[in-house]
Every structure is written in structure tokens, then in C-alpha cells.
Design a protein around this ligand. Structure first.
Ligand code: AMP
Length: 118
């Protein structure tokens, strides 16, 4: 049985601040936001990470990016800009083993996309 926190949110076992939803994905506000806008976009299908996806998931992966496109526009981020991040595994700093895209914006983000961990 898959019991990651995002599956629990998708199964309505845990509450979440839902931003948008479609047949195949859910977007929620991050519980610990790193920017004024910090949305997490996740597939409803359980994929542990981006490497768990197969060619059969290509359409779904495209839908996740289109979700980011639509949400960024809806939140007025297109003009000033935003950042999309997918963490993978230990070195990538992935904490939740359920594929998700971070959509960050609402302020000028740091010039570096990586911060070294001690
Ligand atoms: P990652 O390090 O890429 O796996 O990111 C996981 C993200 O999920 C972090 O930014 C957490 O703050 C966020 N997070 C963890 N639990 C929850 C939750 N219950 N609701 C919303 N966001 C969460």
C-alpha cells in the first residue's frame, strides 16, 4: 500500500489547500512556502519520482507542465516570472516520494537554482 503524504491528500485522508485540480493532477499550496507563491503540482497516479515514469506516462508529464503553465498564468506570474523545480532522490533533496513540481514565484528568486547542503 502506498502511504506517502501526497497520496493521503489525494485520497482525502489529509487536508490540503487546493489551488487547482483536473482529472489527472492536483495542485496545492506548499505547507512550508519558500516564496510568496509556492504551489506543488502532483499527478493523481502514484509515481515515486520522475525516473519512475515510463513512456506511457509521457502525456501525463506533459499535463503536469501544462498545469504549471495555467496556474502560473492564473496567479499572474507570467510577466514577472517564476521557477519550476522537480527534486529527485537524496542528492536532489526530495522529501516526499511522490512526483511533484514546485512552482515558485511572487518575488525575485535567488540567482542560483542550487544551494549546497552541509
Ligand atoms: P520535495 O523536497 O521536493 O520532496 O518537496 C516536498 C514539499 O512538500 C516540501 O516543500 C514540503 O514543505 C511540502 N509538504 C510536505 N507535506 C505537505 C503537506 N501536508 N501539505 C503541503 N505541502 C507539504
Amino acid at each position: 500500500m502506498i502511504t506517502d503524504v501526497f497520496c493521503k491528500i489525494l485520497n482525502k485522508e489529509l487536508p490540503a489547500d487546493i489551488v487547482a485540480e483536473d482529472d489527472n493532477w492536483l495542485a496545492i499550496n506548499d505547507i512550508n512556502p519558500q516564496a510568496p507563491v509556492h504551489v506543488l503540482i502532483m499527478p493523481k497516479k502514484h509515481l515515486t519520482d520522475v525516473c519512475a515514469a515510463t513512456q506511457d506516462d509521457a502525456k501525463l508529464l506533459g499535463e503536469l507542465l501544462m498545469a504549471a503553465n495555467k496556474i502560473a498564468k492564473k496567479l499572474g506570474l507570467e510577466e514577472k516570472g517564476f521557477r519550476l523545480i522537480i527534486n529527485h532522490g537524496e542528492h536532489g533533496g526530495q522529501l516526499v516520494p511522490h512526483l511533484h513540481i514546485h512552482l515558485l514565484g511572487g518575488k525575485r528568486l535567488g540567482p542560483k537554482i542550487i544551494a549546497e547542503s552541509k
